[in-house]
Design a protein around this ligand. Structure first.
Ligand code: FES
Length: 77
């Protein structure tokens, strides 16, 4: 999956989300102002969000203090 973030970084990451393997083809490419100030590709299923390096940067279904997202990374190129 290739995308260009609103900070003009190009991301080439694995197609499938690390949670339930939904295709990120249907993901939303969010600009850096929406809603958390970080641009990236948000999975359309449960809303996990990935940056251009494939790092998970947001999990709406986890408490804000959770560090679980720091252990999640998509394959990136
Ligand atoms: S499958 Fe991607 S967040 Fe649930």
């Amino acid at each position: 999956m290739a995308f260009r973030s609103s900070s003009d970084s190009v991301g080439v990451v694995g197609e499938f989300c690390a949670y339930r393997r939904a295709s990120l083809f249907y993901g939303r490419n969010e600009i850096d102002k929406f809603p958390d100030g970080k641009c990236g590709l948000r999975c359309a299923y449960h809303g996990w969000k990935y940056d251009h390096d494939g790092n998970c940067i947001e999990m709406p279904n986890e408490p804000p203090t959770s560090k679980f997202k720091d252990r999640i990374k998509l394959k990136s190129y």
